[in-house]
Design a binder for this molecule. Structure first.
Ligand code: FAD
Length: 246
């Protein structure tokens, strides 16, 4: 099989430490990277967020929208963690199948989790559209089956969702169609989810960072010590120390 990149060369580069952070996403990012000024002295804020990944950026964005002042500390670059380097796959649903939730929490709770997952998936589209993030979203995730013995499982997965957990554009794909879709003979079937897809992981992080930019959000280059290092519980304030020369 021909790979678009020379994996051997890639891995030896990474092992020799030439630029472990050099990624496809970094090379092709189109969203502006925020400049993170160094932290300057002591200051007070409503909320201190540690980390400029999806979690921290989204927290900062949504708190600021509610009028909360935020200091966001990032030790490296926005999106330099998993958020700017992941597979970019946008899945509809949860980490486990609905059956997993049904077995543990019962059918009504499983349906509620499913509804929550659909809302989260839809909200991603809302964020991308509202802030015009250059996420380069491309619809379609194909789950390809490489052994005939797994085909029944794949069919059952699709049937289960269509019957009891609607809201996705999921369909079983026969071998012929699948082989045409991925231009290989290696798979014997699978399922295609057109409500899931792929996006530019780093552009999403940078776009969220742009969206969060406001007088209420102070984003700085700083590495927090391991956590809030002191608290004054009576006044309900916390102190976060940062490391020098970050
Ligand atoms: C290899 C891989 C592939 C993945 N593929 C997918 C996928 O295809 N689809 C999907 O939905 N999810 C995927 N994920 C999961 C997804 O990337 C993560 O769930 C998500 O990015 C986590 O976001 P985060 O903000 O919690 O963490 P991160 O993105 O890791 O952000 C943490 C940030 O905090 C900063 N930081 C850490 N400590 C400090 C400190 N003390 N002071 C200041 N800053 C600090 C870091 O520099 C970093 O920027 C993947 C994850 C990995 C590892």
């Amino acid at each position: 099989m021909a790979y678009p990149i020379d994996l051997k060369k890639e891995y030896s580069l990474k092992r020799s430490g030439e630029d472990a952070a050099d990624t496809y996403y970094l090379a092709t990012a189109t969203e502006p990277a925020p400049s993170l000024p160094p932290i300057d002295g002591d200051f007070t804020t409503d909320v201190c967020v540690v980390g400029g990944g999806y979690a921290g950026l989204s927290t900062a964005l949504h708190l600021a929208q509610q009028g909360v002042a935020v200091a966001l500390l990032e030790q490296a670059r926005v999106g330099s963690g998993a958020s700017g380097r992941n597979g970019g796959q946008v899945h509809t649903g949860l980490r486990h199948d609905p059956k997993w939730f049904e077995a543990r929490f019962g059918v009504p709770a499983a349906k509620q989790y499913w509804a929550l997952a659909l809302q989260a998936r839809a909200y991603l589209d809302t964020l991308i559209a509202r802030y015009q993030i250059d996420a380069q979203y491309c619809p379609g995730l194909l789950h390809a089956v490489h052994r005939r013995r797994y085909l029944d499982e794949a069919r059952a997965h699709v049937d289960e969702h269509l019957r009891h957990y609607p809201g996705t554009q999921l369909r079983f794909v026969e071998a012929d169609e699948l082989r045409a879709l991925v231009a290989t003979q290696d798979y014997c079937g699978g399922y295609l989810d057109l409500s899931s897809g792929h996006l530019h992981a780093l552009n999403l992080a940078l776009g969220l960072s742009r969206a969060a930019r406001s007088p209420r959000v102070l984003a700085v280059s700083a590495k927090s010590a391991d956590g809030p290092t002191a608290s004054a519980s009576r006044s309900r304030t916390w102190r976060t120390d940062t490391l020098r020369n970050c």
